[in-house]
Design a protein around this ligand. Structure first.
Ligand code: AMP
Length: 389
């Protein structure tokens, strides 16, 4: 989940920014002001209770606000996250928000404070008053709303500053620049929350087909460096031509090339939930590269799996594959199969050992049918997803 509160004096542009943010990040919008105005227009008891206070520019009681928020949150249980506008507006409401987030087993990711001066705020609201039809957009009420803001709402900032989740944005810039600034803050935070998995396993363990299925099931980006190299060759790119020459002279593709392809892939995958790496890292050097690369994007490997299959079964599977259309060039002889198994043992097992020291490596029994192993892996991923939130 991604939960954000937009903060700032009346007229800071919270409503304007919200329109874009809810579309872009698929958030559910909760504006206490909008909800109150709807209640008022429908002349409900709640609306009528709030009417006089709103008309004077005062703050509606915390009891009314908590009811509104609870009801809205409860009727939208499956959303991606919430964008709060005009809430929390008092110290008490800051606690209420924290409590609600705990109840939903989530948290407020940040409070974005759109900063504008008092004069600018008055100027904008008077301007808006010409067309908004809002009973509180006139000079006398505006002054009272700003007084309420200074007295009761500003202390909320300190509450979230202490929690280290308060991010200021200059609200005097053009609308689009403010949006870009907010977007950058959110993207940075999102990348910290990426779910990045590495799936290890001997050739023939099913790591490729499992990785692909998992990526599809959970909407993650599948990164198989082998496929990426093949694609460059197929597309006949400059890099592809280089790789082809290396293949033909029997040399390994140097890490520099793979780094560039991986960088491009990560750069181009802006709105993904995370990556599944298959066939990378294959060596200790590559594992340092991957960790460094993710770090550069504010993220890290946060889940490592090892698909465990008995050696005899691996040989049986690879031998069987060599007789089908799915045969890979490197499946074609017993010598090649043994060489690949050996490569994994000498070069990649030390990488798994390294990750065992850094994280837990979850070993998945891969000896059963594809569907059974997929279910096993999915169950582990679903529990990790929860832990990561
Ligand atoms: P807004 O649309 O956010 O400017 O809100 C308009 C008016 O609704 C405010 O001046 C308050 O009277 C009332 N209101 C909106 N949100 C809250 C809140 N969280 N707490 C108390 N009063 C609120």
């Amino acid at each position: 989940m991604l939960n954000i509160a937009l903060f700032g004096p009346p007229g800071a542009g919270k409503g304007t920014q919200s329109e874009y943010l809810i579309r872009k990040f698929k958030l559910f919008y909760i504006s206490t002001g909008d909800i109150l105005r709807k209640e008022l227009a429908a002349e409900t008891k709640l609306g009528l209770d709030a009417k006089n206070i709103i008309a004077k520019g005062g703050l509606v009681s915390d009891e009314i606000i908590v009811q509104i928020i609870e009801k809205t949150i409860r009727s939208n249980p499956d959303v991606n996250g919430f964008l709060f506008d005009g809430f929390p507006r008092t110290f008490v409401q800051a606690y209420i928000l924290e409590g609600l987030m705990i109840k939903l087993n989530t948290k407020l990711d940040f409070l974005i404070s759109i900063e504008v001066s008092e004069e600018e705020s008055i100027k904008r609201l008077l301007n808006r008053g010409k067309t908004s039809g809002r009973l509180d957009d006139n000079e006398e009420v505006i002054r009272n709303r700003l007084k309420e803001y200074n007295d009761k709402t500003l202390p909320v900032l300190n509450f979230f500053k202490e929690r280290g989740i308060c991010v200021p944005v200059n609200g005097l810039q053009g609308i689009e620049k403010v949006t870009t600034d907010i977007e950058q803050i959110i993207n940075k935070e999102q990348s910290k929350k990426l779910l990045n998995m590495v799936i290890f396993g001997y050739p023939g363990s099913g790591r490729g087909s499992l990785g692909k299925a998992i990526a599809e099931k959970y909407n993650l980006e599948f990164v198989a460096t082998g496929d990426m190299l093949d694609n460059e060759i197929k597309d006949n790119t400059e890099v592809g031509k280089m790789i082809n020459e290396l293949y033909e002279s029997g040399q390994l593709v140097p890490d520099e090339i793979v780094i560039r392809l991986l960088e491009k892939k990560i750069e181009n995958s802006k709105n993904v939930k995370g990556f599944i790496f298959k066939g990378y890292p294959r060596t200790l050097v590559q594992s340092y590269i991957l960790d460094g690369m993710l770090k550069k994007h504010g993220s890290s490997v946060n889940k490592v799996f090892e698909i465990d299959v008995d050696t005899l079964e691996l040989i049986r599977r690879l031998d069987k594959r060599s007789q089908t259309d799915a045969a890979m060039p490197y499946d074609s002889s017993t010598e090649k199969i043994v060489q690949r198994l050996e490569e994994h043992k000498t070069k990649t097992i030390p990488v798994i050992e390294k990750y065992k020291e850094m994280h837990d490596v979850t070993v998945i029994d891969g000896q059963d049918t594809f569907d059974v192993v997929l279910a096993r892996l999915s169950a582990e991923i679903e529990s990790s997803f929860k832990n990561l939130r």
